[in-house]
Design a protein. Structure first.
Lengths: 377, 331
């Protein structure tokens, strides 16, 4: 028996560790971006984000004071100062570029002409000489500086203001909200007709909707752009709302119809017997009962439109005041791929809203996925 | 702000317009054919014939204009030259067959098709199985599912950071190179290594899709009847046998659905390649290839449409399969 219990305990451990590994693998990439977005440019480019919680070392040199700074104390000429900024410390220092970490903090270096230099751990240095200093350029003190972990929100302030992400944020909202609401309305009526009304051609229509679920929208870009130009819509919000409505409809109709078909027949039949019109049945019974399905689709469509790049690029144009957030991110990746602090903060601003929606409405999202797992992309 | 007002006004106008259409057309129908009086019976029959189409009209119009028309228009365009002026027959397709970039795209797309659905489903199955058996399973599920909410572009940024390269003399800031250097390797510019760089791009999509697979498969696993599992345990099946011989065979249908859904996503994959490598270094895929021909430099709508039709052709078998499934369910 003990043997069986032992295997079981080991299995539980194995399962827990496997789950932990998966979770780590799946969250670390995003975590890296989040941490990086709070670091400044120098930190990002000199050390990996996983080191951000520890002090970072950087080496360089600082020039000591010149002859003008010297004071005469107790028979010695002294130059004093600080080689670090507030909050930093040093772990090693030196006086030549050949051996920049020759001395430990607190050591005293003997230099030529009886001069002596000491640097304390907090960065205070003291250069003394029995004869008067004459140099007009300070000597170089090589340091290995320890900076404590530091985080900043400057990147966010910068991207929201100067980098035009604030405008893009507004644009994205402007695109997303109507593009989510309008297809729901249109689809709800169609789904009701397909679910509860008898008419010739119904099965064919349902099949057509299922078929249209997988039509690659790449196919639609050029014909629609031409169509929009021909009817005078051109590039603009109206065009992109309509496009997203069209592309979202198959999934919306499919999801809602599946849900509505499952509603209890008796309720609808008895309402019909009581003389309710189809419109009343739809508004008073079907719509309220279908709320979960409506919510599922709303979340899908919201995430899809918010995250979309292709449709926005094609139908909205690339002028700076028209870019949505994914478009801004793409521009940043292309033109300034090295500016990680800007990129990281921008990316996080753009994924913050979907993540918020995701975590607060996950229940509906999962339900929708389970109901409509035929669609992709 | 003005813009949000504009958007708000559109929502109000859109909602009002829809309601006006549905309510108004229904009212009109009932006025023309009143369901009472001498012709009540005939009128009711007639309204029952017409009313569904009133409910369906906006949706059908929208679908026709935004999805059906483009398919036929694309076919027409693919048989014409760059500007859509002159008939060129199958020249665009002939050009496609001979074009090395097209072959590269097809090859890469097939590679994506083999790898991404398989690994996403596998990881999803694994994640579903382990998270169903631990106490913090729901939290774990949320976290693995999370990338689903992140845009492909955002994911591109996230992963580009992981693949970042610094000269060997500097500290590596990309996680992959840091690990590589830690184990004594030379830092690599990962995204430029031919052939293998495609797999690095696939990793991004797998990372996004695994959560989807997990959620669906987890529901399927929970739907397996307890008795079959108990019987297997009594018969002495070990956990591996239980999983592969009892559970997996019972959810084949769901696995197929997950697989095909991810397959469709893969066929249309665009954003990831577009922002991470833009098809350079041998990573081109069909959707990005099409974008190149349609929107970069001198646009060639004929060739672009031909490529789009190739994607459509690849999706068609899945479309037919889906339609057949739904028709079977409806009967």
């Amino acid at each position: 028996m003990t043997n069986i219990a032992g295997t079981k305990a080991r299995l539980v451990w194995a399962v827990n560790i496997a789950a932990l590994l998966l979770v780590l693998l799946w969250t670390i990439p995003t975590l890296g971006l989040l941490v990086s977005s709070f670091r400044d440019r120098d930190q990002i480019s000199t050390s990996g984000w996983w080191r951000s919680a520890f002090s970072s070392e950087s080496s360089g040199f600082v020039r000591a004071g010149t002859a003008e700074d010297q004071v005469f104390i107790d028979g010695l000429y002294v130059i004093e100062g600080d080689v670090t900024e507030a909050g930093q410390g040093i772990s090693a220092w030196g006086v030549s570029s050949k051996d920049p970490a020759a001395f430990a903090p607190g050591d005293v270096a003997e230099l030529k002409d009886g001069q002596r230099l000491s640097v304390a751990a907090d960065g205070q240095y003291r250069l003394t000489s029995p004869s008067e200093f004459t140099q007009t350029r300070g000597m170089r003190i090589f340091t290995t500086v320890l900076s404590p972990p530091a985080f900043t929100t400057d990147n966010y302030a910068r991207v929201m203001g100067a980098e035009g992400l604030g405008q893009a944020f507004l644009n994205t909202f402007t695109v997303t909200i109507p593009a989510t609401v309008i297809p729901i309305l249109i689809a709800a009526f169609a789904a009701y007709a397909l679910a509860w009304m008898e008419f010739p051609g119904r099965a064919l229509l349902v099949a057509a909707v299922v078929g249209l679920l997988v039509v690659p929208l790449q196919l639609a870009l050029i014909p629609l752009l031409k169509l929009h130009n021909d009817i005078g819509l051109g590039k603009g919000y109206m065009g992109i709302w309509l496009a997203h409505t069209g592309f979202g409809l198959p999934l919306a109709i499919y999801l809602l119809r599946n849900y509505m078909v499952g509603l209890p027949r008796e309720i609808i039949e008895s309402a019909r017997v009581d003389g309710a019109t189809e419109f009343q049945i739809f508004r008073r019974i079907i719509l309220p009962l279908s709320f979960p399905a409506l919510a599922s689709f709303a979340i899908f469509q919201f995430l899809w439109v918010w995250n979309d790049l292709l449709v926005a690029t094609v139908f909205l144009g690339n002028a700076p005041d028209q870019l949505v957030m994914t478009g801004v991110l793409r521009e940043l990746l292309g033109s300034r791929g090295g500016d990680w602090e800007i990129l990281a903060a921008s990316a996080f601003v753009s994924i913050a809203v979907p993540l918020l929606v995701f975590f607060s409405m996950q229940k509906f999202l999962v339900r929708g996925l389970l109901a409509g797992s035929v669609k992709g992309g | 702000m003005e813009q949000l007002g504009f958007a708000g006004a559109t929502i109000v106008a859109g909602v009002f317009g829809c309601v006006a259409w549905f309510w108004g057309s229904n009212w009109l129908l009932d006025t023309i054919y009143p369901p009472r009086g001498e012709n009540a019976g005939r009128n009711i029959l007639r309204t029952n014939m017409i009313r569904p189409w009133l409910f369906l009209a906006p949706a059908v119009l929208c679908l026709a204009a935004y999805l059906v028309y483009p398919v036929f228009n694309s076919i027409w365009r693919s048989l014409h030259d760059a500007a859509g002026q002159n008939w060129v027959g199958l020249d665009n397709f002939r050009w496609l067959v001979g074009d090395p970039k097209f072959r590269e795209s097809i090859f890469n797309n097939l590679l994506w098709l083999l790898v991404v659905p398989a690994l996403s489903t596998l990881f999803g199955l694994l994640a579903a199985q382990v998270t169903d058996r631990i106490r913090w399973g729901n939290l774990a599920k949320s976290l693995i599912f999370m990338p689903m909410a992140i845009s492909f572009v955002g994911a591109g940024v996230i992963w580009k950071f992981i693949y970042d390269y610094r000269d060997a003399s500097q500290d590596q800031i990309g996680l992959l190179n840091a690990i590589n250097v830690f184990f004594g390797g030379e830092p690599q510019t990962w995204l430029t290594i031919p052939f293998w760089n495609s797999f690095l791009l696939m990793a991004v999509l797998i990372w996004i899709q695994t959560g989807f697979a997990m959620v669906i498969l987890s529901a399927a696993l929970r739907g397996i009847p307890e008795e079959t599992i108990e019987a297997a345990i009594i018969d002495g099946a070990n956990p591996w046998q239980l999983f592969f011989k009892i559970k997996v065979p019972q959810i084949w249908g769901t696995i197929a659905v997950v697989w095909t859904t991810i397959t469709i996503t893969v066929l249309k994959v665009f954003d990831i390649v577009f922002v991470m490598s833009n098809g350079q270094w041998g990573t081109q895929v069909l959707a990005n290839f099409m974008y190149d021909w349609m929107f970069r430099g001198a646009p060639d709508y004929g060739r672009g449409s031909a490529i789009a039709l190739v994607i459509m052709a690849l999706v068609t078998p899945i479309m037919v399969w889906n339609i057949r499934n739904v028709r079977r369910e409806m009967r």
